[in-house]
Design a protein around this ligand. Structure first.
Ligand code: NOJ
Length: 469
């Protein structure tokens, strides 16, 4: 009898370890971005954007057809419904509704496209979460200087006001700008993303200065003109991979903190604390002076701007994938100006994804920025073109398990999680990397969609809300 009881107890204990229930209000979703899925690049009045010209110029694969979601959006909604998503995060293509990016001409067909999509999602009980800017700047605005022209703040203001007017009644979560770090570092520093500029010494910072003012303007417009009416929430999507110090030596810990401040801090500090991180102000100022500049390459914010940007958050929107190892290194001697020298840490990409590293990051963000809530707006895993994607399932489970630990044991208010991505898509230059829960056949004119194992797994998770091990 006692033996039997023991066996039952052990089985019970084991099962409570093996399965975990998601918190009741925890939202599960999936994400996409206009340029990566829509295609129809020159249809129904869409204006050109910087990814059209960048891919053309570099001879890369492009998003001209992509997953053809401009025509197949009903399939996407149907799949989102079948997956049991609480929300679908997608982005609006600025040049589809304002072909030049400017407010003087509104493209009604573009407007209708998003109205239909949003209404169809709502009809299925799926919350639309909208990203206003996801890297596809209207080409016309690039000709005016893109993010190096601070007038972009005003153009963005006109565009977001229009979006709030048009869709605000249906949308509870707005995301202003996706991954500013990638926009500025890859777009204006390394040149690896559109518009492909290589101005690592100052373009990166000028871009960040503009991005932060754009985000703040969008937040303030919503706050002042729409919040009473629609009662939604607005956030900036910050990406920063966790930096794990190589050792616990004080120098490696200093390198870790500096690397974090030069990435996540660069965008989170102005929004959650006020102004650039001090370590950036000091280091870039010092190096600029030694390089012979009369002022810092990091454009300062005025007191008014600091106050205007500070506090423009209703939650912390986080894109999170892998992590980097960091190690201290001595400063480079003064040579050409570069963000990399300003930051000066030895770093390498640890390609092994780890949920535990994500948990550390969540704790760091909570401690530094004390957000009311954290919404994971992207998390995913890249595979080859396979349907039996057991590795993806394993990695996503590990991430979700650690998110649950952060919620339950560290008391961090993570309110939702979004898989990147709903469907396979254009991975910024090629179609090789696959992130979707659903496969897209890019050789098929019809862009046939086929569920992967991870899609079925996610469907099971959304219906049972139980995370097994
Ligand atoms: C983050 C970007 O936001 C997204 O567009 C991209 O596809 C994923 N990383 C995967 O690389």
């Amino acid at each position: 009898m006692i033996l039997k009881l023991c066996i039952v107890l052990i089985a019970l204990l084991a099962s409570s370890y093996a399965t975990r229930k998601l918190p009741e209000n925890f939202m599960l979703g999936a994400a996409s971005a206009a340029y990566q899925i829509e295609g129809a690049w020159n249809e129904d009045g869409r204006g050109p954007c910087i990814w059209d010209s960048y891919t053309e110029e570099k001879g890369l694969d492009n998003g001209y057809v992509a997953a053809d979601s401009y025509h197949k959006w009903q399939d996407d909604v149907r799949n989102a419904k079948l997956l049991g998503l609480n929300f679908y995060r997608f982005s609006i293509s600025w040049s589809r509704i304002l072909p030049n990016g400017t407010i003087n001409f509104i493209n009604q067909k573009g407007v209708d496209y998003y109205t239909n999509l949003i209404k169809a999602l709502k009809a299925e009980g799926i919350e639309p979460i909208i990203t206003l800017y996801y890297w596809d700047l209207p080409q016309y605005l690039q000709l005016l200087g893109g993010f190096l022209n601070s007038r972009l703040v005003e153009y963005f203001e006109d565009y977001v006001r229009l979006c709030f007017e048009l869709y605000g009644e249906y949308v509870k979560y707005w995301l202003t700008i996706n991954e500013p770090f990638t926009i500025c570092y890859d777009g204006y520093g390394s040149g690896g993303n559109a518009p492909g500029l290589q101005q690592i010494g100052d373009g990166v910072y000028q871009c960040a200065h503009t991005v932060l003012k754009m985000h703040a303007r969008a937040y303030r417009v919503y706050d002042e003109e729409f919040r009473d009416r629609f009662n939604g929430q607005v956030g900036l999507v910050i990406n920063s991979e966790w930096r794990e110090p190589k050792s616990n030596s004080s120098l490696d810990l200093e390198a870790q903190e500096r690397a974090l401040q030069f990435s996540v801090g660069m965008y989170a500090n102005p929004v959650f604390v006020g102004n650039w991180p001090q370590v950036m102000i000091d280091r870039i100022g010092n190096r600029s002076a030694q390089e012979g500049f009369t002022r810092s390459r990091l454009p300062p914010f005025t007191e008014d701007e600091i106050a205007y940007i500070n506090g423009t958050h209703d939650f912390f929107a986080l894109n999170t994938y892998g992590h980097y190892m960091v190690e201290y290194q001595d400063d480079e001697p003064i040579s050409y100006p570069s963000y990399d020298f300003d930051r000066s840490v030895k770093t390498y990409n640890n390609l092994i994804p780890s949920g535990f590293m994500l948990r550390k990051k969540l704790n760091y963000l909570q401690e530094r920025y004390n957000p009311k809530a954290i919404l994971i707006t992207e998390n995913g895993y890249r595979t080859d073109d396979i349907l039996n994607d057991a590795d993806r399932i394993k990695v996503l489970k590990d991430f979700l398990g650690n998110i649950l630990d952060a919620v339950e044991e560290d008391n961090i208010n993570v309110i939702g999680y979004s898989v990147w991505s709903l469907i396979d898509n254009f991975e910024w230059g090629s179609y090789k990397a696959k992130f979707g829960l659903i496969r897209v056949d890019f050789d098929d004119v019809d862009r046939k969609r086929t569920w992967k194992d991870s899609g079925y797994w996610y469907q099971n998770l959304t219906s049972t809300r139980i995370l097994d091990d």
